[in-house]
Design a protein around this ligand. Structure first.
Ligand code: CS2
Length: 427
């Protein structure tokens, strides 16, 4: 079988690089790259500082890969041709040259929630700062920075991270950042689990070509953006992106309803023996916990009740899809970075009204069990795992997220009791 390349796939030649991406993984390839493909004048230079295998494989395939869109019927495969070049993070020279280029108008980022916390050499924020420094030196064309991670106010979060990292830099550079770098806020949505060996076999069957880097995703896709693009942008709206003035209400809907339910299912679901999202939503206890989470979140969300009801309905369908095997373990990673955005705003609002909502309590209890019993992947694991195994664990673990919640004695006992309940039901 022929290898997937531009000539084998009869694809167009690579488009000129006008966008750079950092964090080349499955989600970027199912989301921003697909939107960019809708405008043939824009090509992406994509970088990853994590997985060195992927840029090599993509380079062998001229930047191409197949996207398997799995709904209820037979999966559909399309070849995505938006990536003109793929680079490992060790290509630092190329990275600096790309960011210095006035042909490049924007940088998109998928560096995970945790990526915005760390600065310094070798971190994503450190690389972005180095790139901006080079751009300033090379003439200082403006640029738009477009974070695509699940954080409230992600444009502002990125701006704050860059400002902090730039604190020791020259004044001229710092003022240039303030005046010429635009930080765009976004809400991104497309469920995209990690690719498996079986997906590679399916890609070959569907495309007739050997593709070693396919991506599997769902039919649903959403991208909402607010902010300026001083050197222009691809016509992402051709692929359904929407440009709005204020994202706050949509952000709540996405982060609380979708990601919050994911996090609930990841922890409570694993404690009850489930492995994937579709399995968890079939479990009667978890299904009713998800409904109760959506009821509670609806009380504090800004969008009209009918919008929220439709969104919930749609989420249930998306979560139940048999085509997408989304591992709870993947969602369970980095809880310390996810819970504050997804669960705590609603929990705080409920506690302020003296209610004790079951679903957030179940999430925290499940997280505690996860930290005690499983292999923990979290930037704060070294601190969290010993705390979770200590006496007084619920209070000490919660205090790492929010000290005021840790002072809430009723909440602490509720979490403790729920963890015991989950443990007993798991048998
Ligand atoms: C998930 C998200 O892994 C996780 O934490 O909740 O990756 C989720 O699938 C996406 O945000 C969907 O848009």
């Amino acid at each position: 079988m022929a290898r997937l390349t531009r000539s084998a796939a009869r694809a167009r030649p690579p488009a000129p690089v006008r966008a750079v991406h950092i964090g080349l993984g499955a989600f970027h390839r199912a989301h921003q790259a697909v939107h960019t493909m809708a405008d043939p004048d824009w090509g992406i230079a994509a970088y990853t500082f994590r997985n060195t295998e992927l840029p090599r494989v993509l380079t062998e395939q001229d930047g191409l890969y197949s996207l398997q869109v799995r709904g209820d019927g037979e999966p559909q495969a399309e070849i995505v041709d938006a990536i003109s070049r793929a680079h490992p993070g060790s290509d630092i020279e190329q990275w600096l040259a790309d960011l210095a280029s006035p042909d490049v108008a924007l940088l998109t980022l998928t560096i995970t929630e945790a990526g915005y916390r760390a600065s310094g050499d070798g971190t994503a924020i450190g690389r972005v700062l180095a790139g901006l420094r080079e751009r300033h030196r090379a003439g200082g064309a403006p640029i738009a920075l477009v974070p695509c991670d699940n954080l409230p106010g992600n444009g502002g979060v990125l701006r704050a991270a860059i400002r902090t990292a730039a604190a020791g830099e020259e004044l001229a550079f710092r003022s240039w950042i303030e005046d010429h770098v635009s930080f765009v806020d976004t809400v991104v949505d497309r469920i995209t689990p990690a690719t498996t060996e079986q997906d590679i076999a399916t890609a070959a069957r569907l495309t007739g070509l050997e593709d070693r880097a396919p991506v599997v995703t769902e039919p649903f896709s959403e991208w909402l953006l607010a902010g300026d693009f001083p050197l222009g942008r691809p016509a992402w709206e051709n692929a359904g992106a929407r440009f709005v003035d204020d994202l706050a209400a949509y952000e709540q809907r996405k982060l609380w309803f979708l990601n919050g339910a994911h996090t609930l299912l990841a922890y409570a679901g694993a404690a009850l023996g489930c492995a994937t999202v579709d399995e968890a939503v079939q479990h009667p206890v978890l299904a009713s916990l998800a409904e109760s989470w959506w009821d509670v979140a609806s009380r504090h969300a800004a969008l009209p009740a009918e919008d929220l009801a439709d969104y919930r309905q749609r989420l249930l369908q998306r979560f139940s899809s048999r085509g997408i095997r989304h591992n709870l373990r993947q969602i369970a990673a980095d809880g310390s970075q996810k819970i504050p955005a997804r669960i705590l705003p609603v929990l705080r609002a409920e506690r302020a009204e003296r209610r004790m909502p079951e679903a957030p309590v179940a999430t925290l209890a499940g997280w505690l069990i996860h930290l005690r019993d499983r292999q923990v992947s979290d930037p704060r694991a070294d601190e969290l795992v010993p705390l979770a195994r200590s006496a007084d664990a619920p209070r000490r673990v919660l205090s790492t997220l929010d000290v005021s919640l840790a002072d809430d004695g009723e909440l602490i006992s509720a979490v403790e009791d729920y963890a015991e309940r989950l443990r007993l039901s798991a048998g």
